[in-house]
Design a protein around this ligand. Structure first.
Ligand code: 0RA
Length: 192
């Protein structure tokens, strides 16, 4: 059989990395109970908090819907959408598909947090039935969708906007989290 086209070495690495997270979620988030579930939220929120500490973001909204869908929205600069030099895919896509992508984002001006928890947004992506991002940056809106860490749609430009910031919406995977419950107090009152 011929090798599929559009599939290169860096795609393979990405899938292997996130598959490892799904095989041993406890290694990355500690547990697959409520604590682990909270961990998914922290991983995203930590990046918003860094954006706020850097002085670019005033508001961080966290919404947990009845069915367990979580939305985290900030009004920061938005995750960069330009092509990541090494990966050859948009930086925002790298953040959600490459393990420990945070460390690679170091620069003199900004660092994406691996957070206190240190594993990054890709772990939350790997452990979600679906995860959607919406980015408002440089006068344009962008969206991308993933399912269980896999790219379903590329990062697509949606048109002009006056907004700036990032929205991440995800459904934690019921195959991974047994009967998890969210505790909003725990998420919002923790020490960062
Ligand atoms: C890296 C660089 C820049 C912004 C961010 C990351 C960023 C990440 C997240 C995650 C959630 N919300 C976020 N907001 C921002 C900006 C670098 C620049 O504009 O110079």
């Amino acid at each position: 059989m011929e090798a599929p086209t559009n599939y290169n070495a860096s795609d393979i690495t990405i899938l292997e990395g996130l598959e490892a997270v799904r095989k041993r979620p406890g290694m990355y988030i500690g547990s697959t109970g409520s604590r682990g579930l909270h961990h998914l939220v922290y991983e995203i929120v930590d990046n918003c908090v860094d954006e706020a500490l850097a002085g670019y973001c005033k508001n961080i909204d966290i919404k947990i819907e009845e069915g367990g869908v979580v939305t985290i929205r900030d009004d920061g600069r938005g995750i960069p959408v330009d092509q990541h030099k090494q990966a050859g895919i948009p930086a925002a896509t790298v953040v959600f598909t490459v393990l420990h992508a945070g460390a690679k984002f170091d620069s003199s001006t900004y660092k994406v947090s691996g957070g206190l928890h240190g594993v990054g947004a890709s772990v939350g992506n790997a452990l979600s039935e679906y995860l959607e991002i919406e980015i408002w940056r440089g006068g344009k809106a962008w969206t991308q969708r993933f399912e269980r860490g896999r790219i379903i749609t590329e990062l697509v430009e949606q048109g002009p906007t006056r907004r700036h910031g990032t929205k991440v919406r995800f459904l934690p995977d019921s195959e991974i989290f047994s009967s998890p419950t969210f505790n909003f107090e725990t998420i919002c009152n923790r020490t960062v």
